[in-house]
Unconditional design. Sequence first.
Length: 84
Amino acid sequence: MEDKITMKFKDVDGNVVELEAVAKIYLEEQEYVILAPLEGDEEDAYVFRVDEGDNGVEYNMVEDDEEFKAVNKEYKNLLYNNDK
């Protein structure tokens, strides 16, 4: 059984939200993680770009539609290739 990786973030209202890492995706040299709520549907997942900041690793939500689509496409490719 795989260990679940969870991360905590604060939403815009300051509430702590706990998310589970569903997948790690690489597009060229850029790393992304897909995080889904612990309670709820995986379809409510968020895509974060993993960037190197001044204080270490930063997780930045992907808001650009084209970047989001590219990560989502790669995630679906991984899902379908793992089912074979």
